[in-house]
Design a protein around this ligand. Structure first.
Ligand code: F0G
Length: 452
């Protein structure tokens, strides 16, 4: 069979609301041309994020009913903990309310002025949490990752020679941890190979620095390893996942991605002393160690979600359906970051609207156009997200079409393709934007714009 089908059927549906172009024009103006300010009820196809937007399975909903809301020692916690132990091999497992809570706790303990944290590429909240602690966050992507048309199979890899240079420059005492993001979200949802993780680990070992994974999309990363890394094709995804975690001293995880839940996070730690200190901070700011700011039912949904994400027919459908969107766009001449990522396709806004200078936010202009044209909500990952506050503009201006898990069907995606192709044909009409209002940090969430 050639067709990869959705390996599930639909039990409960949510209606979508159609809007007219005039309505969308009004909504855009009211939103200050920032799609984060839109009401989601005014969005037809919401590709803003794959985070917390997935559909849960009937088994997860059954878990929600089974959730035990005891303050301490709930059986839901033990199910969650045992599932994560089985998958990751870690003993120290803390639940948190989402990924950035794990990051905040970790960098409160490891960060601070004078420290430097390298990563293949920090996601926005990771960077913000490192910097909030007073430390510096430095991205070390391989050079191929900055070339949108380069189809390197592991474009998420870290530049290991650059890591060596960074440690030589700052000294190993200044580097409290090396982070590696799998898959690399800011760099296009691209995977990191086991070979690269092993090379990073070897550098960390030589300098006595711990290695942490930002493991939000660990299962998608493992699926890419199975597909693309020599010698991995016949191995179960679970074994590859275990190899990835075995290389790490800890991990921050947003369960809103490959945990397949609407809310939840995890902090994994091997060092007992660090685990002890992290537990204290968790209790101080999130909740007791057996619930970490979540309800018992959320822990049940995670325990089940982390299991389902490792089903290989699910992963095949997941990655192939993202590829379907990317391949069709490429076939119609739409510039994307190639190859397509696991959770998202990233439009290359610099190539899409070359007439808009970086200072007028080509990615934001394209994001506005997709909503105006077709009610599609995407997310700018470019100078709006990473510029400002004295930062250099990022190497690429991207617009991410993130695919929620198990939510949209092939005809939804076909509609998205049609809309993007239509916008591309009239790309020269798109107008740049200027910021009229922006906060100090994470400005993409709340900034307001005016069209040029
Ligand atoms: N790390 C990565 C790689 C992420 O993609 C995210 C979230 C986080 C950390 C933070 O997790 O949202 O649970 O606090 N990414 C979402 C996105 C928001 O749209 O890509 P969180």
């Amino acid at each position: 069979m050639k067709t990869i089908i959705e390996p599930f059927r639909i039990k409960s549906v949510e209606p979508l609301r159609m809007t007219t172009r005039d309505e969308r024009e009004d909504k855009l103006r009211a939103a200050g041309f920032n799609v984060f300010h839109l009401h989601s009820a005014d969005v037809l196809i919401d590709l803003l994020t794959d985070s917390g937007t997935g559909a849960m399975s009937s088994e997860q909903w059954a878990g929600i009913m089974r959730g035990d809301e005891s303050y301490a020692g709930s059986p839901s916690y033990y199910r969650f903990r045992d599932r994560l132990r089985e998958i990751t091999g870690f003993e120290g497992i803390l639940p948190t309310h989402q990924g950035r809570a794990s990051e905040r706790i970790l960098f409160e303990l490891l960060g601070g002025p004078g420290k430097v944290v390298p990563n293949n590429a920090h996601f926005d909240t990771t960077r913000a949490n490192v910097e909030h602690s007073g430390a510096r966050a430095i991205d070390l992507m391989i050079p191929e990752a900055r070339e949108p048309r380069n189809r390197h199979p592991f474009k998420g890899n870290m530049d290991v020679a650059a890591l060596e240079r960074l440690i030589a420059e700052f000294g190993s005492d200044a580097v409290p941890a090396v982070m590696c993001t799998v898959t690399n979200n800011s760099g296009g949802g691209q995977p990191v190979s086991l070979e690269n993780l092993r090379a990073i680990r070897a550098v960390c070992d030589r300098h006595g620095i711990p290695l942490f994974l930002d493991a939000c999309r660990f299962a998608e990363n493992a699926w890419f390893i199975k597909q693309r890394e020599p010698g991995q094709g016949d191995r179960p995804v679970r074994a590859i996942v275990r190899d990835m975690f075995d290389l790490a001293d800890g991990a921050t995880i947003s369960a809103k991605k490959d945990g397949m839940v609407n809310i939840g996070g995890v902090l994994l730690l091997r060092d007992p002393e660090l685990l002890h200190r992290a537990s204290d901070v968790l209790i101080l700011t999130e909740g007791y160690v057996t619930y970490g700011g979540l309800a018992g039912r959320d822990l049940e949904a995670m325990a089940q979600g982390f299991e389902e994400v490792l089903h290989e027919d699910y992963l095949e459908y997941r990655v192939r359906s993202t590829q379907y969107l990317g391949d069709k766009l490429v076939a119609q001449g739409v510039p994307i970051l190639e190859p397509p990522g696991g959770h998202a396709v990233y439009l290359d806004a610099k190539a899409f609207c070359p007439h808009i200078p970086v200072g007028e936010f080509p990615g934001q202009a394209l994001t506005v156009a997709l909503y105006r044209e077709a009610g599609i909500r995407a997310c700018e990952i470019g100078s709006v997200m990473f510029g400002g506050g004295g930062h250099e503009p990022p190497p690429m201006e991207l617009v991410r079409l993130a695919i929620p898990r198990r939510v949209y069907t092939q005809s939804h995606i076909d509609y998205v393709i049609e809309a993007i192709v239509a916008v591309h044909r009239r790309a020269s009409e798109l107008r740049g934007l200027r910021i009229v209002e922006a906060p100090q940090v994470l400005r993409h969430f709340t900034a307001r714009f005016e069209e040029m």
